[in-house]
Design a protein around this ligand. Structure first.
Ligand code: FAD
Length: 534
């Protein structure tokens, strides 16, 4: 009896051992999931006497990361921010909720992924609020069906079988033409080759030529939207990088964390307090109006500095840098030419009906024309809950929802945006039929960095070629794969490192995901070259 039982156990163990072996192989091939990009020399000094003054232009995540890092090392830092609050796209502002009552409203729900190593380092270094884990990554389809990603095996590449099991594509799609020749691009990420071959191709063109099956297209579309661009405009190379960065280079999975406090209370106030306690000058409501390079260093709004970190948003760069006195023509052109993408909308509504209980706090919606995501703030945010409990908000309020449109179609006129979003909300969540909007907070902006076709070759890097002048933002071309909040924080550390290195001081450590995909370096199949013309 016993030998049979042992044999059975042995047989059962084979697939399990095979699975573990495969996981180990993938990990080894990628060189592990954490790549030490900068390992500081512990013998280098942390600080020294008489450090030069630094101006940080822009108080978003990138600027704050650079400012905090340098202020902690003893640099006299001045931070210029045009708005009344810090945080940029991760900031919050005061908003009346009822006559005489105000609350903080964040500039959009944000997901903090586990592989955001630099951003996490920034958060861990300040006293921040608690983060909550989202228990499911959900896409709500036009039909109302929900595609859920909870339970997908997080190992890169093996997670593709999770998509297969959820019906996003079939084995036939993967092995028969043209998919067979095209989908490999997602496993082959390697910055130079990927951008050289595919930055001139739009994601829409790829989807058309590859006849991407509708449900897989839905998953790719949600990735594309996270970069604030319509499919026709988004560079295929950027999408390949995104897929590598978020899905095929880390084993944390798609589940992420989010702060349960408003960004001002939970993040920005502690950062501002620390900056001020370190003697940094935080100049909110002081936009940079003038920048030049001088013989001694730089001049910002008429004040001299020894070094500058440019961490502004895209629309601010052209007016300040295209004709900036003292800079080489190439530096002026590169920084000054950074472009903003399409318009986007964040619309928070206080309504008298609630969304059904089973809907997670954040849902990505398959877009009809404008609605990309819905967040139920009354379900998790401490301040919103307090507003409702304390009567700061209209007592008839049952839900506080935030509607996002990440890329407003160019032909959708401003007056049509709200009715379009609301109509789509009701079709996705019929339980809200008849709901009245009691209060609203609405922004249409066009300040997000463009990740459109053909922009990578001229994108500025952290180093500008001018000693003492560095760039930090999500629009910077980085030497490793990182995007959005992680790109902002990582570029902030890299910019600070540029200044520290010039002054002979110890660098900040930087950890990234693997630089290349599992199949990087493979020659592109001839049929793919023909199909994509690249
Ligand atoms: C609705 C929304 C949802 C998002 N969701 C996510 C998400 O879930 N996950 C994720 O990783 N990322 C997300 N992002 C992207 C993320 O917010 C950005 O990538 C990141 O915050 C960019 O930081 P930054 O410092 O590069 O730029 P910004 O935050 O744009 O900072 C630039 C700063 O410069 C200031 N400025 C502009 N002009 C001047 C001037 N003349 N003088 C002085 N200051 C000036 C601006 O006011 C701003 O504070 C989202 C963005 C939005 C809008």
């Amino acid at each position: 009896m016993l030998p049979w039982f042992g044999l059975l156990l042995g047989l059962l163990a084979i697939p399990f051992a095979f699975f573990l072996g495969l996981k180990a192989l993938i990990r080894a091939r990628l060189g592990g999931y954490k790549h030490e990009f900068v390992r500081p020399d512990p013998s280098a000094p942390l600080t020294k006497e008489a450090l030069r003054s630094v101006a940080v232009l822009g108080g978003g995540v990138a600027g704050l990361t650079a400012a905090l890092t340098l202020a902690r090392r003893g640099y006299p830092v001045t931070l210029y921010e045009k708005k009344a609050f810090l945080g940029g796209k991760l900031g919050s502002q005061r908003e009346p909720v009822l006559a005489g009552q105000e609350t903080w409203v964040s500039h959009g729900f944000h997901a903090f992924f586990p592989h955001y190593h630099s951003f996490r380092r920034l958060l861990d270094s300040v006293r921040i609020c608690e983060l909550e884990s989202i228990d499911d990554y959900v896409i709500c389809e036009k039909s109302g069906a929900m595609t859920r990603f909870r339970g997908v095996e997080p190992t890169p590449v093996l997670n593709l079988f999770g998509l297969l099991r959820r019906g996003l594509f079939s084995l036939k799609d993967a092995v028969s033409a043209p998919g067979r020749d095209l989908y490999g691009v997602f496993l082959e990420y390697e910055a130079d080759a990927t951008f050289r071959r595919y930055d001139s191709v739009s994601y829409a063109e790829f989807a058309r030529r590859g006849r991407v099956p509708p449900r897989l297209k839905l998953a790719f579309n949600t990735f594309a939207r996270a970069f604030f661009a319509d499919e026709e405009k988004l560079s295929l190379a950027q999408l390949i990088k995104a897929f590598h960065f978020y899905y095929l280079s880390q084993d944390g999975g798609l589940l992420y964390e989010y702060p349960i406090r408003d960004y001002e209370a939970g993040l920005m106030r502690p950062i501002a307090e620390e900056l001020e306690s370190l003697g940094a000058e935080v100049r909110t409501l002081d936009p940079v109006r003038e920048f030049s390079r001088t013989l001694e260093g730089f001049q910002v709004n008429g004040r001299p500095y020894g070094a500058v970190v440019v961490a502004l948003d895209a629309p601010a760069l052209g007016p300040l840098f295209l004709d900036a006195p003292g800079l080489p023509e190439e530096t002026r052109r590169r920084i000054g030419s950074v472009r903003a993408g399409q318009r986007y909308v964040v619309w928070r509504i206080w309504i008298d009906k609630d969304i059904r209980e089973s809907v997670p706090v954040f849902v990505i919606t398959e877009r009809e024309r404008a609605l990309d995501a819905v967040t139920a703030f009354h379900r998790f945010e401490v301040e919103t809950k307090e507003d409702l409990k304390s009567g700061r908000a209209d007592p008839k309020t049952r839900a506080v929802l935030e509607l996002h449109c990440y890329a407003v179609p160019d032909d959708l006129v401003d007056a049509e945006i709200k009715p379009t979003l609301f109509g789509e909300l009701l079709r996705r969540f019929p339980e809200l039929e008849g709901a009245s909007v009691l209060h609203e907070w609405y922004v249409v902006e066009q300040n997000f960095s463009a990740f459109h076709v053909g922009l990578e070759a001229d994108r500025p890097t952290v180093e500008t070629g001018v000693p003492g002048l560095y760039c930090a933002a999500d629009w910077v071309k980085l030497p490793f794969p990182a995007m959005l909040l992680e790109a902002a924080a990582a570029s902030g550390y890299l910019a600070a490192n540029g200044i520290l290195a010039e002054d002979g001081l110890r660098l900040e450590p930087i950890v990234t995901v693997p630089l290349k995909g599992l199949m990087a370096g493979m020659p592109a199949p001839k049929t793919r070259v023909e199909l994509l013309g690249a």
